[in-house]
Design a protein around this ligand. Sequence first.
Ligand SMILES: NC(=O)c1ccc[n+]([C@@H]2O[C@H](COP(=O)([O-])OP(=O)(O)OC[C@H]3O[C@@H](n4cnc5c(N)ncnc54)[C@H](O)[C@@H]3O)[C@@H](O)[C@H]2O)c1
Ligand SMILES: O=C(O)CC[C@@H](O)C(=O)O
Length: 387
Amino acid sequence: MYKYHCLNPIAPVGIERFDENYVRVESPEEADAILVRSASMHEMEFGKDLKAVARAGAGVNNIPLEKCAEKGIVVFNTPGANANGVKELVLAGMLLAARDIIGGINWVQEHEEDGDLAKEAEKAKKAFAGRELDGKKLGVIGLGAIGVRVANTATHLGMDVYGYDPYVSVDAAWQLSRNIHHAKTVDELYKECDYISIHVPALDSTKGMINREAISLMKKGVTILNFARDVLVDSEAIVDGLLSGSVKRYVTDFPTPEIAGVKGAIVIPHLGASTEESEDNCAKMAAKALRDYLENGNISHSVNYPDCNMGSKEEGSRVTILHRNIPNMLGQFTSLLAKENMNITLMTNKSKKAYAYTMIDVDAEISGNVVKRLEDIEGVLKVRVIV
Ligand SMILES: NC(=O)c1ccc[n+]([C@@H]2O[C@H](COP(=O)([O-])OP(=O)(O)OC[C@H]3O[C@@H](n4cnc5c(N)ncnc54)[C@H](O)[C@@H]3O)[C@@H](O)[C@H]2O)c1
Ligand SMILES: O=C(O)CC[C@@H](O)C(=O)O
């Protein structure tokens, strides 16, 4: 029986994927697996049985990835599962920035009692006039699951789109419309574009990337959209930009006291992935990855260990070993099993940066003593026998 805990509400269609071999527990300390959305796990103590964490979403900056890797806890996310939901809200954000739809709606609400509302509205509406997106230049920074969708859709609105991503994946590049200009530097994109939308993860290298210097390179009256993470944008610089008029609008999905209420800011309460479809997709993908890992040892869409798949566990035993990516690990595992006269029927080993994963099928039962000796090998972080 596997125990799982949900740190945030997870869509029922995902939870339904756990069959009678799974039980939901109230305490994360008891769990074999944790499902999480945006709750911060940085200060959490992990229970001794915790084997995996699944982020029902894309961003993993709420999870201590290195600490998990060191404890042999595999962290999964659900790449692309909420990308369409975010893309649609980014488009809405551009429209809200281009036309004063919010001001207009507020005006109507404030005048709802007015008997002559229709006539008064015709007089008032010039205060809420805007501009069209057609023909404007949009710069998309980060051409992953969301960025590609935003860029491609914007071309259908008649926008002239520039994309910047020095690490773009081959898959994403294949999906990108040929009408998108390839910005070779981010400065080129800053200088050209009327709208700039960021879709990069929060990493040490991206935090604060929209700072005073970046804003100084942008066109006067630029609109900046941030549906990625608050820390990507220097909030003092953006507030000063809005107050001085160098930034016309800042549309963000991340409410902070510094930005909420500033004139020109459109602040949304982190609704990018809050659609029925995105929540369902993320929950299903997260539950599927957890089950495959717990039941078969297979890893797909992990952010701290390599993806590795040996199919379903068949007869015999499967031992899985999370370890450091250092020389002679495989040699030590196989010679230990050979000394125990165990016949290896299938084996695979993959690595990702400092960590590696080995899966070994043998045609006999693996004793507790063998597990202990595998655990004692220098560089081994966790050993699991799947029965
Ligand atoms: N608002 C929301 O509800 C919501 C929902 C999903 C994701 N997000 C955020 O959006 C981010 C992007 O999501 P995604 O699904 O597109 O992720 P993704 O991993 O598919 O794409 C990220 C892209 O950013 C690129 N990148 C990394 N560093 C870069 C840099 N310095 N300059 C330019 N490009 C760089 C990568 O190469 C990659 O192509 C997530 O990390 C998350 O923080 C927010
Ligand atoms: O779970 C959410 O609502 C937000 C998820 C989003 O920020 C993500 O990074 O996928």
